[in-house]
Design a protein around this ligand. Structure first.
Ligand SMILES: Nc1ncnc2c1ncn2[C@@H]1O[C@H](COP(=O)(O)OP(=O)(O)O)[C@@H](O)[C@H]1O
Ligand SMILES: [Mg+2]
Length: 372
């Protein structure tokens, strides 16, 4: 296992908020940051020592990133797989490229989750709309059809209540092959962030309960309000998947919890996750610090939760009202990512509130009216 030390340079592919928070964690310890992003003023570019401004699949730019960096990581999965693969031959990429290939494609991702032995919803793969029609009875209704590539925040998917809705799925196939999966009548959504170093040492962060609005994460509540037995099952499933994938770095595992406390794995993200942002304040090691430890080949720290907490996302439309009240809430830790344009529904930042009374804090958040 190669060890990367302070003073050396960590190269990050992708300059969004996840890269920024990774970079800030690394800089605390004296690492230098190089970032590749098409935008000059990216959230991570603003805090980086070296900026390479080019598309993610620009071969010369990737090579340059390799040259200036002692280790390479990435902050999101929709980067160029072939580029990362080539880069891993000339630079040190401890996470490899395989996990990106798998998580870019829902079809490959589902197959790998299943192969690990963790439970997934009943699903079929369809290359075309006519194949979907032919196979849909194997899944039944209601179901959700999702494009294999490029979906996020609920984009690239439609819910079908009955056979009458089938045509709603047709446009998805202009994009790519799809999967159709049974609708899971979950009572709660949770996520497990598991982190693993090249030696195979791994830890899960305290499990978060996730509340979505318009398919975008709205709040994460930690610890998740689920039974102890659910926590154990969820951690076991995440461990199985991480070991199966020989994870290095961070894997976020999104899961559904059913009425009977069984769990179903929804999807994976091979990077720090929005539902783990609470760990910056509320844990003895944040998901970003632990990610840096893992890719730099350091022993990991066993995560501990200092206080239960609520994280609430700040989208474009929330920025102005939030700035008006945030100074009146000394317990609110505000994070804004430095994005110039506060477009509606764009993730601009988040707020973390450590609290002894989750229910009271949830009411307090609602009563500000910012998120209504
Ligand atoms: N099979 C399903 N059953 C019920 N709800 C689902 C299902 N798949 C997705 N959802 C809902 O849609 C949200 C977004 O779907 P997801 O597959 O996580 O895509 P993404 O996060 O990439 O947009 C989930 O968090 C969940 O609330
Ligand atoms: Mg998701």
């Amino acid at each position: 296992m190669k060890t990367i030390l302070p003073g050396q340079t960590i190269g990050i592919i992708g300059g969004g908020q996840l890269g920024r928070m990774m970079g800030l964690a690394a800089k605390e310890a004296g690492f230098k940051i190089a970032v590749l992003d098409p935008n000059m003023d990216s959230p991570c570019g603003q805090i980086a020592d070296i900026r390479i401004v080019a598309p993610y699949d620009d071969e010369a730019a990737l090579e340059e990133l390799g040259e200036v960096s002692d280790v390479i990581t990435y902050e999101f999965e929709n980067i160029d797989y072939e580029g990362l693969e080539r880069l891993s031959q000339i630079a040190y990429v401890p996470q490899g490229a395989e996990l990106v290939r798998i998580t870019q494609n829902r079809i490959a991702e589902k197959a790998e989750i299943q192969a690990s032995g963790a439970p997934v919803a009943n699903y079929v793969v369809a290359e075309s709309f006519s194949e979907l029609i032919a196979k849909i009875d194997q899944v039944g209704f209601p179901c959700i059809v999702k494009t294999a590539y490029g979906g996020y925040d609920g984009k690239g998917q439609v819910k079908l209540e009955s056979a009458n809705d089938l045509e709603l799925a047709e446009p998805l196939f202009t994009h790519s092959a799809c999967i159709a999966e049974a609708f899971v009548p979950f009572k709660t959504e949770i996520s497990v962030i598991i982190q693993r170093n090249p030696e195979g040492e791994s830890y899960c962060l305290p499990i978060s309960e996730n509340i979505h609005k318009h398919h975008i994460l709205h709040e994460s509540i930690v610890p998740a309000r689920v039974a102890e037995a659910v926590i154990a099952k969820a951690e076991e499933a995440a461990k199985k998947i991480a070991d199966h994938l020989e994870l290095v770095g961070t894997l976020a595992v999104e899961m559904f919890v059913l009425e009977n406390d069984e769990i179903v794995i929804n999807e994976l993200a091979p990077r720090p996750h929005n539902s783990g942002h609470y760990s910056i304040e509320a844990c003895n090691v944040s998901q970003f610090h632990q990610h840096i430890r893992a890719v730099c080949g350091w022993p990991l720290r066993k995560p501990r939760l200092w206080a239960s907490s609520v994280m609430v996302n700040v989208l474009g439309e929330h920025v102005v009202p939030l700035k008006k009240v945030v100074m009146n809430h000394p317990d609110w830790s505000i994070h804004l990512y430095g994005k110039a344009e506060a477009k509606e529904k764009r993730k601009m930042g988040h707020v973390t509130i450590m609290t002894e009374d989750i229910e009271k804090t949830l009411v307090e958040i609602d009563s500000t009216g910012i998120w209504s």
